[in-house]
Design a protein around this ligand. Structure first.
Ligand code: BGC
Length: 973
């Protein structure tokens, strides 16, 4: 279930969304999740990583390759495209485990016949230049079929055309389409080979099209294959055309199944090192796995010359540019699961250092000012007018390019993170140190020394919150610049020690300064905004508090055009305290060790209501910090929103008149961060891997593989316990610390276990108990559903539907009030007398249902736990308000396990009064302190405590706060 994403109807308005949602790819190219018959109008595209082109004075963007999977089926003269003929049935799906895209479409044809068309395809993870497809047709009546398939050179472009000199030809059964890019004159070649075992084939070489015609027999299945290869002038010294020809022939020779097998093997291995398993929450599991899938299909595993664009390989949106998104939102996933790819991402920044130097120089600064929107050369693709005003159509001056200086600090942060995680300090010698110094030099030249306050400040910048441009002392930016300076000094020490020659060379290169002495001096007098001692709030930037205080709802009510840009000179948010995305809170997450829980909580509570989450980068940060402060359930909705963004397609599609749709890799990485670094609570600083889980209510456990400092570990994380297992073949050991306890070294093949202190104390208490007193409903059995079924039956009798969603309204509500709600839902009115009869009836139905109870209804782990207690000689009692308790225990076939049953017939005062538990303890002949109560309700927990007994709560920790230990069910014991 959670490995497949699918839908079972064709909806034209979802073509664009599904093009993103059903993406396949391999880091070399991305193939949009469009259907085989789609062309450029439906945004079909095979987007190439790292190949950019500029047409005229339009925006420079990635190049889409001609589409070699293009196929249209014609039956008896009619094109069976979902665009032309409404299908009788249609399924589109993505199998995540193997990264295979499938569609199955049934069309009605003449004489009541049906034609079923299936197409399956994948972008090979084994042969990065190869795509392959398997197709079938099956008709229930005889018909005439014509298949048109080949290479569609009419590619989708946003700011094209990028390819010229298109040529198509046939060479030795292979169709070839070649062209060159406009700006750099780089050749692009696509080859296609098809394997039809039937029909008459005609070739239109000029259009790179095959036409295969045949008379299909009713009941027969016709199957064929297609292979394609894509090469460009960036790949190697060889002619792309020759490479493509050779690759497609090799693919066809190997055959579809062999290619698929090799592809699947690599995927299996990728999942093995990256899949995160969540127990207890299928929706979260599916969404997280899908997010990881999205990251895996765009990861540059083979090239250090490309990084991951903000819209992945889902097209040309955002100019295919690489933003800070990579370092801050995606890198952590790769650091923990695939350090080699993480290295490629960082090497990309090293290779684009010259572009960053050019940008710094252009603005009159020293060092390296990285591109806000980076492409192949590192020059900034971001324009000065990024958004058009929707009202006037005029370009608006935006300052993303000029003022988001934090980008250079983000790059440094990424490189340092990489080094901490892997211990691979060679990256410093290979250019990493130079990047770090150049960025520090840039900030040295950018900073302003305030002689009055005698400190360095960073003025005139835009922080992560793009709605407030050109502000002074943005807390996030300053904190990161501070970190850059620190890293520059640490890197120097490391380099001098381990790579003295490289160090000497850099020291001489920068001997004119600013260099280490200046960085040190700047660091000593550098200003980073701190929490206000009274409110604990960190002001996002100087004079932020002077802005208009307005609710988000009020701000939104001022919107005139739904696409209007809220930032910029005259944007609605500009003059208010409303922020686009996490800013201070992101800083608190990056430097979590430096701030107290109180500071994090105060800022979360202050900034969250003021955050529009107008960027998909925002919600995950609130999830992370919520988990960090021990409130995972605050964070959960933000996690889900992030993890589902590419499944629902519910993200901003336009800013001004600019289309910004596509996939959201930063959110995909953010979902992973929220789950693993947030809820599972993993934090590695290069020395100790700390594990402080804060799992959302529905999550029982999280299990995942991680790679730290070159060694592999498997982590099993639940609320009260963490288990770390080191791979046998690890070459090193890593220190782990669970629940804030003492670190322990995890050697190759070893297993460590950490238990939460509260849990430890509770386990001791459980080991010492002499008597166990159980509540019935919610602890031993769940009869809530029978109440629902009884209400539903009553509603059905009255002629209306009563759903589970309706039933939510009845939780914790008395019988008579429940009936009123039910009647309100059904729109019916009755006299009091009639209502009493109905309530009686409902109860009769309920009793009837529970009379059918059997052992299978026992909650998980109950029987086993009761048996174990008896084995240990622990006395067992029931303490329940239910008047049917004995009857129910009997039905469940566990009555014999109880030494005493105190139920609603034996006591007169309801919980939270302790009567029932005191009576049960007395019946067992035990002192209260020797008994433990097991309870699922707040009132029950209170009753147990009032009886002077320790209590194990079963349910949610937030609700059962008074309990000594809270577990999800007896199966946890
Ligand atoms: C966000 C930036 C982000 C960019 C690309 C913008 O909307 O504000 O922080 O880098 O999108 O994802």
């Amino acid at each position: 279930m959670s490995w497949t994403v699918s839908e079972h109807s064709f909806e034209p308005e979802r073509i664009t969304t599904n093009g993103n949602k059903y993406m396949t790819g391999n880091g070399y190219m991305g193939c949009r999740g469009t259907l085989e018959e789609f062309g450029k109008e439906q945004l079909a595209a095979v987007t190439l990583a790292g190949l950019y082109d500029k047409a005229g004075d339009k925006w420079r963007e990635p190049v889409n390759a001609p589409n070699a999977l293009f196929t249209v089926i014609n039956c008896d003269g009619q094109d069976l495209s979902v665009l032309a003929a409404e299908p009788a049935a249609h399924t589109q799906s993505l199998e995540l485990r193997q990264a295979v895209h499938r569609r199955e479409t049934v069309f009605g044809i003449r004489d009541g016949g049906q034609l079923t068309y299936t197409a399956e395809r994948f972008v090979s993870m084994d042969q990065l230049h190869v795509l392959a497809g398997r197709f079938t047709l099956h008709s229930t009546v005889d018909c005439r079929i014509v298949i048109r398939t080949g290479i569609d050179s009419e590619v989708w472009d946003i700011n094209g055309p990028h390819l010229s000199g298109q040529q198509s030809r046939m060479r030795e059964e292979v169709l070839l389409a070649t062209a060159v890019t406009g700006e750099l004159q780089l050749p692009v070649a696509v080859a296609e080979q098809a394997d039809f075992g039937f029909g008459r084939q005609e070739i239109d070489a000029e259009r790179a099209l095959r036409t295969v015609s045949f008379d299909a027999k009713a009941g027969e299945t016709y199957e064929w294959y297609k292979y394609a290869a894509v090469f460009t002038g960036l790949d190697s010294g060889e002619e792309p055309e020759e490479c493509a020809l050779r690759a497609v022939r090799a693919a066809a020779d190997a055959g579809y199944s062999e290619l698929l097998e090799a592809h699947s093997r690599i995927w299996e291995e990728r999942w093995l090192r990256s899949d995160v398993r969540i127990e207890g929450d299928d929706k979260a599991q599916s969404a997280l796995r899908y997010s990881i899938y999205q990251l895996l299909i765009i990861a540059p595993t083979e090239s250090e010359k490309v990084s991951i664009p903000a819209r992945g390989l889902s097209g040309q949106v955002y100019k295919g540019a690489v933003f800070w998104d990579t370092e801050m939102f995606m890198l952590p996933f790769f650091l923990h699961s695939d350090p080699a790819t993480a290295r490629n991402l960082m090497m990309y920044r090293i290779h684009t250092l010259d572009g960053a130097r050019r940008k710094a120089a252009e603005y009159g600064y020293l060092g390296a000012f990285y591109a806000w929107e980076s492409q192949d050369s590192g020059d900034d693709a971001c324009t000065l007018f990024n958004v058009n005003d929707v009202f006037t159509g005029r370009p608006m001056r935006t300052y993303f390019r000029d003022k988001q200086v934090h980008i250079s600090a983000d790059v440094v942060h990424g490189i340092w993170q990489y080094l901490q995680f892997t211990g691979d300090d060679a990256i410093l010698a290979e250019g990493g140190a130079e990047v770090i110094y150049e960025c520090a030099r840039f900030f040295y030249s950018y900073a302003y020394y305030n002689p009055v306050k005698q400190r360095y400040e960073i003025l005139d910048v835009t922080g992560p919150d793009e709605y407030h441009e050109r502000v002074n002392n943005n807390a996030f930016t300053n904190a990161l610049v501070h970190e850059t300076l620190e890293i520059a000094l640490k890197a120097a020490a490391l380099l001098e020690d381990k790579y003295p020659a490289v160090y000497a060379e850099l020291a001489s290169q920068f001997s004119g300064g600013p260099f280490l002495a200046e960085f040190k001096e700047m660091l000593e007098h550098f200003y980073v905004p701190q929490p206000d001692p009274d409110t604990l709030i960190i002001e996002q930037f100087d004079r932020y508090y002077q802005l208009e205080e307005v609710t988000l709802a009020e701000l939104k009510s001022r919107i005139i055009n739904k696409h209007e840009y809220l930032g910029g000179g005259s944007g609605l948010a500009t003059t208010t305290r409303i922020l686009k995305q996490a800013d201070v809170v992101l800083m608190l997450n990056l430097f979590k060790g430096k701030f107290s829980k109180e500071v994090k909580q105060a800022n979360w509570e202050f900034y969250e209501p003021r955050t529009e989450h107008g960027s998909s980068l925002s919600p995950c940060i609130y999830a992370l910090v919520a988990a960090d402060i021990g409130s995972p359930d605050w964070g959960y909705p933000y996690f889900m929103r992030t993890a589902t963004v590419d499944l629902t397609g519910e993200a901003k599609q336009y800013v001004g008149d600019l289309y910004i749709g596509g996939t959201h890799p930063a959110a995909n990485g953010g979902a992973w961060m929220a789950a693993v670094l947030g809820f599972a609570g993993l934090h590695f600083d290069g020395g100790i891997a700390a594990l402080n889980p804060a799992l959302p209510e529905s999550w029982q456990s999280v299990e995942l593989p991680v790679r730290l400092r070159g060694s592999s570990f498997r982590l099993q994380i639940s609320r009260g316990r963490v288990t770390v297992t080191a791979a046998e073949d690890n070459s090193g050991a890593v220190l782990f610390a669970g629940f804030g306890g003492e670190p322990e070294l995890c050697r190759p093949g070893a297993q460590l276990q950490f238990t939460a202190p509260a849990r430890e104390a509770a386990e001791q208490m459980l080991n010492n108990m002499k008597g166990a007193i159980f509540d019935l409903d919610g602890v031993i059995v769940d009869t809530a559903k029978y109440h629902y079924l009884a209400w539903r039956a009553l509603a059905a009798e009255l002629g209306f539907e009563f759903t589970e969603a309706h039933n939510e309204r009845l939780k914790g509500v008395s019988r008579m009030r429940s009936l009123d709600i039910l009647l309100e839902i059904g729109g019916r009115e009755f006299s009091d007398e009639e209502k009493h009869a109905m309530a009686e009836k409902k109860n009769r139905l309920y009793v009837e249902y529970i009379s059918r109870l059997d052992q299978s209804e026992l909650l998980p782990g109950v029987k086993d736990y009761l048996h174990r207690l008896r084995g240990r000689g622990v006395a067992i009692a029931l303490g329940s308000a239910s008047k049917n308790a004995e009857f129910i225990l009997d039905k469940l076939n566990i009555a014999g396990l109880f030494d005493a049953v105190i139920d609603g017939n034996k006591v007169s005062r309801a919980k939270p009064d302790p009567e029932v538990f005191l009576a049960a303890g007395a019946a067992l002949g035990l002192q209260p302190q020797d008994c433990i109560v097991f309870e699922d309700a707040e009132a029950g927990v209170a009753a147990g405590k009032a009886a002077g007994m320790p209590v194990v709560g079963i349910g949610k920790p937030e609700i059962l706060q008074e309990a000594d230990l809270v577990i999800a069910g007896l199966h946890e014991l």
